[in-house]
Design a protein around this ligand. Structure first.
Ligand code: EPZ
Length: 419
């Protein structure tokens, strides 16, 4: 199994270009099922979840190729109504978007329960609630999901019982060709939801989000589109935690500062010097940051996908802090890995209490995508060598992490194979 070797304790200085947002690219790739013409999508991050999503659509009959490093040309005209690539689907939460897209295009979808990061049960009852209200029959059994519309889907008013990125996206996808205006309330408003709405509207859809309400007026057809994906806010914030743990001075280019405004305001309170201009942000950390406490909440507040990285950062602060996890109450597998490094950290219920810690290098196991990024943060900030196993998790969401970290002075190597 590939692993990383990090020789930590160096300040980070230099410039990194931030790539396209993984959690936008995934729904947008599956949304091409609604467009039976060629689409060109720019700023697509080369991460394994994206590669696997394209592979699933190719197995279903789509033609797709990267015409340059981050530009995907895809045409799903030849796709049939049978979902294929079950082995890939069960690895990725984002494959759940096949439900909404296939329901809209073919009136049916049958697929294995989508996989995803292993931090607890990942229910989909909100997705299924939306499909049912649009007029489809849904059935879950033996780890398979079957959705079928006996007649054309009809518009509906759908009030989500909880804010869910996936359910919001899936119901928008399913609503595209219905008759009338579907109203979805209590929606997620993460930038990747707006990214998908922009993409679909350029292709001819009629969708508007007003606060936590989405109005989607059904249309007959969508047309080919060229589109550039928003920058990855979690990648931007992850590199900021790295420089917080190591100190240094980095410039991030190709970002959208509006998407990271709330968290960067917290970094400023911690003593980070942050200067943004247009699509760049300069981040300087000259001394140990001040620790603060946060709780994870839906956008625009503190993202759950920054929780593990922030926990590692708090180990390097003058006074530590508390993270209360409100979205995925079981995403704490990283805690035991930080304890291997000597972290003074306690997980009690859905909170983690972190005290300033003198960490040592250790042999660590990434347990999911963001936990892996958190371990990279801890190892970079720690004098001495650390090994991080299960790199396959990390490459799901970070393009060229080794190259980017090396370019700003981080001593990091990818060791291929089982040794
Ligand atoms: C998306 O997952 C992201 N994944 C996650 O990022 C991210 O952590 C999450 O949104 C929250 O921002 C992708 O975009 C591919 P949710 P998703 O539905 O859609 C509960 C990463 O690291 N819920 O917003 O699965 C759910 O259990 C990944 O990039 C229900 O109870 O998240 C959770 O507690 C990890 N029933 C909360 O809602 C449902 O039907 C939010 O989940 C749906 C969700």
């Amino acid at each position: 199994m590939d692993h990383l070797i990090i020789d930590g304790g160096c300040a980070l200085n230099g410039e990194i270009n931030i790539g396209g947002m993984k959690n936008s690219a995934l729904p947008i790739i599956f949304a091409t099922l609604l467009i039976e013409e060629e689409c060109i999508i720019y700023n697509v991050p080369i991460v394994s979840d994206v590669i696997n999503s394209v592979e699933i659509l190719k197995k279903m009959g789509a033609s797709a190729e990267f015409v340059d490093k981050n530009t995907l040309k895809i045409n799903t005209k030849s796709v049939g109504n049978e979902i294929r690539g079950y082995d890939l689907i069960s690895k990725m939460r984002a494959s759940s978007y096949l439900m909404g897209a296939m329901l809209a295009r073919f009136g049916e979808a049958r697929l294995p329960m989508p996989g995803g990061c292993n931090f607890g049960v990942r229910p989909i009852e909100q997705h299924l609630k939306g499909f049912s209200l649009l007029g489809a029959d849904t059935n879950e059994e033996n780890d398979f999901i079957e959705i079928k519309a006996s007649k054309k889907l009809k518009s509906a008013k759908i009030v989500l019982d909880k804010i869910s990125v996936g359910a919001t996206i899936n119901i928008v996808l399913a609503s595209i060709f219905t008759e009338g205006v579907t109203v979805i309330e209590n929606v997620a408003i993460e930038p990747h939801v707006d990214d998908l709405i922009c993409f679909l509207n350029i292709a001819g859809a009629k969708i508007i989000r007003v606060g936590r309400k989405i109005y989607s007026e059904g249309v007959n057809k969508l047309h080919s589109v060229q589109y550039k994906i928003f920058p990855d806010m979690i990648e931007s914030l992850t590199y900021m935690t790295f420089v917080g743990a190591c100190t240094g001075d980095i410039n991030l280019t190709g970002i959208n500062f509006e998407h990271i405004r709330y968290v960067t305001s917290l970094f400023s309170k911690m003593g980070f010097q942050i200067d943004s201009f247009y699509d760049e942000v300069r981040v300087k950390v000259k001394k140990k940051p001040l620790g603060i406490s946060v709780e994870t909440e839906p956008y625009p507040y503190f993202p759950t996908d920054l929780h593990p990285q922030f926990a590692s950062l708090l180990c390097f602060t003058t006074n530590g802090g508390i993270i209360k996890e409100n979205i995925f109450p079981t995403r704490f597998a990283y805690v035991n890995e930080l304890i291997k490094m000597g972290a003074n950290i306690k997980n009690i219920n859905n909170s983690v209490y972190i005290y300033p810690s003198a960490l040592q290098g250790a042999c660590l196991d990434a347990t999911d995508l963001r936990a892996g990024a958190g371990l990279v943060c801890a190892a970079l900030g720690t004098e001495g060598k650390s090994r991080i196993n299960n790199v396959n998790y990390i490459v799901r969401g970070y393009e060229n992490l080794v190259g980017k970290v090396s370019s700003i002075g981080g001593k990091i190597k990818l060791i291929k194979g089982d040794n």
